[in-house]
Design a binder for this molecule. Structure first.
Ligand code: SAH
Ligand code: SF4
Length: 355
């Protein structure tokens, strides 16, 4: 089997994918081959999810976190970080502004902060739903009852990356809870009817190409409705400060492969891609991605949501990112999504797949 053969076969029939195919493709790094991979992903993106790029306004409403993930700047042991919590009114107001500016989805993201109880977050969701938007939560691991209440309050989607499908590596990087716990939450969320997003970090210390192949098989097996993939960026106030970061090309190949394996899923051009490469998000949008998440966190909190250093847009005025991404989308010859941009499942048949 050659990498090219493997690529052609999985583009034709993603369900035929084997780990070996992905390892071969990830290892082959000739310019010609990678260009073929990216072109294939871009064509599949066009065929299955079209020309639209969906804009999801990201409100990072609290940087308190009870967890201690080794790579993350919000980890509880980072005492140098000034912590903040937005009030429900502040969050709702920001969502309203985002909706007025044209965002059709509001993403509420935070560290794992139990201050926002089942009731408090339900109330926020109910109020935001009045602005005719989809609501995505990204607040980490909570109880089934909490997820259920938030779904009933109107939440539509939930983002929770699996981070790495290598259980041993997962254990080393996440001292608080095992991989199985994360997976259990992902299955609960699916069962409750959320659109569910998973995905991994690329270039974690000790991560191998085989691990990355497993990450792709994991999201495929889960049939993730959204797949968020981005490079690891070492944070100076974490134990991984001296490690090497993830590389752009490998991250881009992972995005392209995610598109090929789950043709109708939603894939963001992540902020981390834009952080390690000046045109990282634009390039990702041309290699399989169809979603972008402008930061709508207000000042003065914006620079304090430091998952990793150098994050783009932190010093922009706090309403600039939505018009900026609209401009970016149009400059790429794409259209700004007008609907909520929910996943529309497409049955893959030989007539609609790549030949
Ligand atoms: N607390 C929630 C959501 C916020 S963290 C959760 O953990 O699910 C959002 C994402 O940021 C994480 O899933 C992780 O993949 C990413 N992240 C954190 N630190 C990072 C780093 N140093 N480099 C790249 N991505 C990072
Ligand atoms: Fe907390 Fe999420 Fe960062 Fe882990 S990745 S420390 S859960 S904010």
């Amino acid at each position: 089997m050659t990498p090219l053969r493997a690529l052609e076969r999985i583009a034709r029939n993603p369900d035929s994918v084997e780990k070996e195919d992905l390892v071969l493709i990830l290892r082959e790094n000739s310019k010609e081959f990678n260009e073929k991979l990216f072109k294939t992903a871009d064509e599949i993106r066009e065929r299955y999810v079209g020309n639209e790029v969906h804009v999801r306004a990201l409100i990072e409403f609290s940087n308190y976190c009870r967890k201690n993930c080794l790579y993350c700047g919000l980890r509880r042991s980072n005492r140098e970080l000034k912590r903040y919590r937005m009030t429900p009114q502040e969050i709702i107001r920001r969502a309203e502004i985002s909706a007025k500016m044209g965002a059709r989805t509001i993403v509420l993201q935070s560290g794992e902060d139990l201050y926002y109880t089942k009731e408090i977050l339900s109330d926020i969701i109910r109020k935001i739903k009045k602005f005719d938007v989809a609501v995505t939560l990204s607040v980490g691991e909570r109880t089934y009852e909490e997820y259920e209440a938030w779904k009933m309050a109107g939440a539509d989607r939930f983002l929770m990356r699996h981070e790495t499908a290598n259980k041993e590596l997962y254990r080393k990087l996440h001292p608080d809870t095992p991989f199985e716990e994360r997976v259990k939450c992902l299955h609960w969320l699916k069962k409750l009817g959320y659109e569910v997003g998973a995905g991994n970090i690329v270039g974690l210390p000790g991560q191998t190409v085989e691990d990355l192949a497993d990450d792709l098989l994991f999201v495929k097996e889960l049939d993730a409705d959204m797949v968020g993939i981005g490079p690891f960026i070492p944070h100076p106030q974490t134990p991984l400060r001296n490690e090497k970061g993830g590389d752009f090309l490998t991250s881009l190949k992972m995005i392209a492969l995610a598109r090929i394996l789950i043709p109708d899923t939603n894939i963001p051009a992540t902020t981390a891609m834009g952080t390690i490469h000046p045109n990282g998000r634009q390039i990702a949008l041309k290699c399989g991605a169809n979603v972008i998440m402008p930061v709508m966190t207000p000042s003065p909190y914006r620079p304090l949501y430091q998952l990793y250093p150098g994050k783009i847009c932190v010093s922009e005025s706090d309403t600039k990112c939505i018009p900026c991404v609209f401009h970016m989308i149009r400059a790429l010859g794409r259209e700004v999504g007008k609907s909520y941009g929910s996943r529309k499942k497409v049955t893959i048949s030989s007539s609609t797949s790549c030949s």
